[in-house]
Design a protein around this ligand. Structure first.
Ligand code: TNX
Length: 478
């Protein structure tokens, strides 16, 4: 059986001879090679092999020990790799640590399939930013669930975990010097439930786990709208200064902070400062979406000032598309999510210089939207996102207003208004996350090959890992 790697490599040749599993000795030699220059890939290989020894390790002695070569080649495109795996040798060349991690993923994917043929793959990501967003604000999820999302996302080549850490319903991260925030604004969710928040130690643990899986974390504090919870803790930053009760519901667009008060900017300086100090990656996401009740000039002035604040704390900015047209610092990433609203400022976005665009068109990437009409979970405001819609699209065609040279990323989003458990998360992510991840990688294979790969090589592995999936009717599940 030919190998089916997801995301599919741009170049793949197969040999006709089967690829026997590696023996303990071969894994040990491969791990030792990698440890010297790609320790995360080595550790990942060790972890997967020890969790799945019975299915991944051969005890047979019917082939002579393979030659094993690994090479760092910094002339390759960032995160890319070349991998040959046959009964005689394993040769792995990677541009960097991330490339080595993805090569190991490809090897593991291949070895999961009994009787798979040997192969050579050359694989290079098309978009440098490949993300998954998890909304912790509507429902809160802790470290264990977040690390399982990292497991799934990194297995399919995503390199960014965007955490939506504040919204009307709750505040989800500890901020240095402001215990009141998490004491007063975290114990709530869309059901009026217990909520919760990440301590700074949790946040550090998540970032370390992400780094070990070739991912960075981008925290989002949504401003100036989606801020009801912030105002529950700090009424002095609300437009009228009045106390507020926790909000359990799923409306959007009704809250905003006082845009110019000193109290607002002093608090934001502390919040951005704490996040900047505790975030390893170079980006902070500061929202900017769905601010329906302030004038456009006031909004743009606020976003411009917020951009300066983030830059003063040494970070680059990510914002939702509504912020296009505001004075944004060079290097800002603007995250596109819909063409239903905001046509004017999308046109403005196209004229920005030094700004990048991340493609998150809801119709293809919002995995909180239902895959079929009668699905028990999910929203429908932008229609349905069946598996095919998550796979068959291109960023350029989905965002016709945006010049393709500006597009540097693809991100899939999981909002959690209707998502309550870790099982709900996996059901919405699988099998659609590998589909969006394939678009982000720029995989060349067509949809029938993708669903065949899911059916024959992939889902059998999900359940032993505790990952549930939606049985999309397009997939010939076996
Ligand atoms: C729109 S996308 C939102 C979120 C909702 C989501 C539900 C965006 C920037 N804002 O507040 O949770 O739709 O799909």
């Amino acid at each position: 059986m030919p190998v089916h790697i997801i995301p599919a490599p741009q170049h793949l040749t197969t040999t006709s001879t089967p690829l026997p599993h590696l023996t303990h000795d071969e894994y040990a030699r491969l791990t030792a090679h990698l440890t010297s220059w790609a320790p995360h890939a080595a550790a990942h290989l060790t972890a997967v092999v020890s969790a799945h020894t019975d299915t991944l390790v051969s005890t047979s002695t019917d082939h002579t020990p393979r030659t094993i070569n690994t090479t760092l080649n910094t002339d390759l495109t960032a995160e890319s790799f070349q991998l040959t795996a046959t009964r005689d040798h394993i040769a792995l060349t990677a541009a960097d640590q991330a490339g080595a991690f993805y090569a190991i993923n490809a090897l593991i994917q291949a070895l999961r399939t009994p009787g798979v043929e040997g192969f050579t793959a050359h694989s290079t990501p098309t978009y440098p930013t490949r993300g998954v967003m998890l909304d912790l604000a509507r429902h809160f999820f802790g470290v264990d669930t977040i690390t399982s999302v990292i497991d799934v996302a990194s297995a399919y080549g995503l390199n960014r975990l965007h955490l939506h850490l504040s919204d009307d319903q709750g505040w989800r991260i500890e901020i240095d010097g402001h215990p009141a925030l998490t004491e007063r604004a975290s114990a709530n969710d869309v059901d009026g439930g217990a909520g919760g928040y990440l301590t700074l130690a949790d946040y550090e643990a998540i970032q370390e786990y992400a780094a070990a899986h070739a991912m960075i974390v981008v925290p989002e504090i949504d401003l100036p709208g989606h801020t009801h919870a912030l105002q529950v803790a700090y009424p002095q930053v609300s437009p009228n200064g009045k106390p507020r009760e926790p909000y359990a519901g799923i409306d959007v667009g009704f809250s905003w902070v006082h845009l110019t008060a000193d109290a607002t900017w002093e608090l934001l300086d502390d919040i951005v400062g704490s996040l900047a100090r505790t975030t390893h990656g170079e980006y902070l996401h500061v929202g900017g979406d769905e601010v329906k009740q302030v004038s456009r000039p006031e909004y743009e002035q606020f976003m411009g000032r917020l951009g300066e604040l983030v830059a003063a704390h040494g970070k680059k900015l990510v914002v939702w598309q509504e912020a296009a047209g505001s004075p944004l610092p060079q290097g800002t990433q603007v995250q596109y999510w819909t063409h239903e609203f905001n046509q004017d400022n999308l046109a403005q976005l196209a004229t920005h210089t030094g700004v990048e665009v991340i493609a998150s068109p809801a119709y293809h990437t919002y995995l909180d939207l239902k895959p079929v009409p009668d699905f028990p979970l999910g929203l429908t405001w932008a229609g349905l996102v069946p598996l095919r819609a998550a796979y068959e699209w291109t960023p350029a065609a989905a965002m016709p207003v945006i010049p393709s040279r500006m597009i540097t990323g693809v991100e899939t989003c999981l909002w959690t208004e209707t998502i309550r458990t870790p099982h709900d998360i996996m059901t919405m992510l699988l099998p659609r996350l590998p589909a969006v991840a394939s678009v982000a990688w720029g995989s060349p294979v067509d949809y029938p090959q993708f669903v065949h790969a899911i059916a024959t090589h992939h889902h059998t592995w999900w359940h032993p890992n505790g990952w549930t999936h939606y049985p999309d009717p397009d997939v010939p599940w076996q």
